[in-house]
Design a protein around this ligand. Sequence first.
Ligand SMILES: [Zn+2]
Length: 304
Amino acid sequence: MFSKSLIRYTFTLLLFIELTSFVTMGQTNKATQPLVVGDLNIYKLQDGQTYLQVSDLLGINPDKTKKLVGDIDSVCVPINSYLIKTPKHVLLVDAGAGINSGEDTGHLTEQLKKAGIEPNQIDAILITHFHFDHISGLTTAEGKPVFPNATLYISKVESDYWMRDLDSIPENQRIRASKYRGILAPYVSTNRYRTFLQNENLGEGIKAMPAYGHTIGHTVYAFVSKGEEVWFIGDLIHFEKIQFTYPKVSLLFDYNGSMAIDSRLDYFRRAANTNAYVAGTHLTKIVKLKTDENGFKAIPVNSY
Ligand SMILES: [Zn+2]
């Protein structure tokens, strides 16, 4: 009796180990297989996920929404950062939501390690905009930089708005502004904080392109290598099941909804024309775009 149950126990344990290692291996493989674009190795690293309210969508009737996402109140979307290994540098685009968001986030550094990179190896972090799901992962709760050797890059427009004299910031945004400053402080105080102008070339074929609307200085980063392009589009899109088909749908929390729509249409049309890879913070896959009726069709790239 004892030995029978022991055998069963051992078998169950082995099966469990087998399944566990299979799952772990699957995740490891996913993180360590880069998308190769010219001389660039690109890794989509999922920091976590968040839930976006369907009621935040503007410019679409609820029946259409239901058809596309079902009869639900919120949609779960990933929060991605991207690791880019160039011949000379190791870069990140955005830094995730960190561990204190109250949601399942803060996995960026473990994802980085799976791609063979330690946080102190990151040279530069290109920030698309100052929202918590993009910058909170930069700094620990104790105010220590998670990436001690990285220089931050951010649009001057975005930076000037939030980093100006606190008294000149609208009162209802001051708490937010203070929090942003706290997150950025370890980088600012060690002179590792740079701003750039619209369309500035950041070197190594990297261009910072204005895509304003979601925030005041929201930026798309285009990397060009050996004739191929990959664009890190940040929050140009949040609801992939809705806003590719209906790109004129905006969000309640866009800084300027109509400007956000114009930016989305402009970059999506250009991405379709140039055949650029498109990598978004809240997209489940890296995609290429094709125009489709009044909207766009997103074609996922391999397992990315
Ligand atoms: Zn976001």
